[in-house]
Design a protein around this ligand. Sequence first.
Ligand SMILES: [Zn+2]
Length: 347
Amino acid sequence: MIIDCHGHYTTAPKQLEAWRKAQIAALSNPASGPAKSSLQMSDDEIRESLEKAQLKFQRERGTDVTIFSPRASAMAHHIGDAQTSLVWSQICNELIHRVCSLYPENFIGVCQLPQSPGVPPENCIAELERCVNEFGFVGCNLNPDPSGGHWTSPPLTAKYWYPLYEKMCELEVPAMVHVSSSCNENFHATGAHYINADTTAFMQCIQSDVFKDFPTLKLIIPHGGGAVPFHWGRYRGLAQDMGRPPLTTLMNNIFFDTCVYHLPGIELLLKVVPLDSIMFASEMVGAVKGIDPETGNYYDDTKRYLDALPLTAEQRHKLFEGNALKVYPRLKKQLVRQGAVKTAGTP
Ligand SMILES: [Zn+2]
């Protein structure tokens, strides 16, 4: 089984964006904004939006199931207030639930949280519970910077976030640390803001005891772990100088994905980071859309890079399936229920 642990619904029917535009246009007087029920789209429109993109790529690239969440750059937690964010998150999550209901074998849901700058993350608990308990979602995307590039929240390891972590541990769901669009012109969203956030989150974890307080908390740091693998020696050295545990201890709770978009990057990732802490992912469709003229393949066809390496069967199993089943216990339960994976023998 090949599990892609990082995909967003970037190709949703255009009504979704139109609804969001109407919501934003009414920010000064939310009562005049669109009702949730005014967003209408048919199952056929949803099917069409996936058939021409994500499902086509799944088939062409030979992957089985994608852990699927709302479009990350559109979360835009900095827009409006907590109520704006709540309604928008609900709409996006309900749409993911429809996708997962239409294609239960191809997509498993992960939710957007209704974060808002300056609002304590407790406010996300009800939506997280709804998505996990009612929709069967297996994780959430957690934005370490709801301000969209100005970093006004406490570090991810601060007690500020603990109520959410308590709930995540209780529900057995991990979070992918994932920022959204940038409203700071210094930071290009996918080229700088995303990678900065990945790197920042990792360093915050080195400096803190968050995983002592939450031994079962799991954080996925996407985009290959940002700059961390390339600077692995720097982070090992910093941890040592600061009297912190070795990075390998941290990697029991932190997981990197394979969204680095070139073979040498994947080779480096696998060389320096414990294999048990790496999960296959592509982040298709959308972060980097094009075809690499040097290879003739899509940059985000990340399975090719792993297929090009001399991995053992056990290593491949961990990267494509085993590690994801460990990180997402609810995914494992769901796939076992569907008969897609076996209970025995699966790490
Ligand atoms: Zn993403």
